[in-house]
Write a protein of this length. Sequence first.
Length: 358
Amino acid sequence: MTDQLARWASETDVAIAHALEAQAHAGAVLGPISDELLGPLRDVSTGGKRLRALLLLASHSAHGGADNQAATSVAAALELFQTAALVHDDVLDGSDTRRGKPATHRRVEALHREHGWHGDSSDFGESGAVLAGDLTLMCCQRALGDAVIRLPPVTARTVSTLFLDMADIVTLGQYADLRAAAAPITTLGDQEHEIRAVMRTKTASYTAEFPLALGAAIAGADAASIEAMRSAGRSLGHAFQLRDDLLGLIGSPAATGKPSGDDIREGKRTLVMWRAWKSTDRAGRMVIGDALGVRDAPEDAIARVLRTVRETDAISWSEGEIARAAGDARDSLARQSLTRDGAAALESLITRAVDREA
């Protein structure tokens, strides 16, 4: 099974490279200037777990799909959509790094500074990264277009609609995330529903729900089967995001590629932090409030927050939530009529999504 997943990942990489090459060819009219944005995009598009692509391809296989080229092109489109989200997220969050390297806006900012151009380097970097993310969305559409022209009209319409619905939901979910983080810290204890809505829309939707649904749709599955895969994906996406939140809080920076405390300084409202807030006392809430969302919070303040979280049941409670959601995803898939190899690939990917260190 590991070999099959590796092959799918390699095929997705080839499809991504093909879309990026087509984009570079179009941008060649601008000369070397275009590479100031396309170069960083190639770097951000390289690497990663390819979880979304693999879930799509495993679902496609599980539903007896035959057109692997179309499925791989949509998988590439998913990964390019993820790249665009990362580039834009880093601007919105003010993150300095991505996968252990300077974030795109920091790279463009450095270019401005090195050349001594007019204006503010930070503003230039953020503006350039917004455009870089937009370019990646356009490249995503290239890959999606390569796929749908291969599909029967009804299937193509279903796939296109699913992809567009996903893009809308994720974008609105990003706004909901910004809105949640902008609320007064004193409201954190009342934000459970809002936090779960953000998890459902911003992450679960394009991490698992729509990848699984798209794979089934490309294979020609009926509406009931597609909806069943969406349901399984929502549960898996919930587990994935909770694991991500735990890693962002207590994970190793060497493994995650992000500095320790970034999620705290960015003010991310997560279920882990919500549970800690609800479970601690007044003194603990003061510790959390002194650092959550404070961009220049010192290391000792971050350390105090982590101690406070560990003194509550927030981490063990989150692990229980992860196990429950992953179990729900497995139960949903077990009720479907899936091919043996496809089901085995999906089981392997569920384990990979929830039992990880990065």
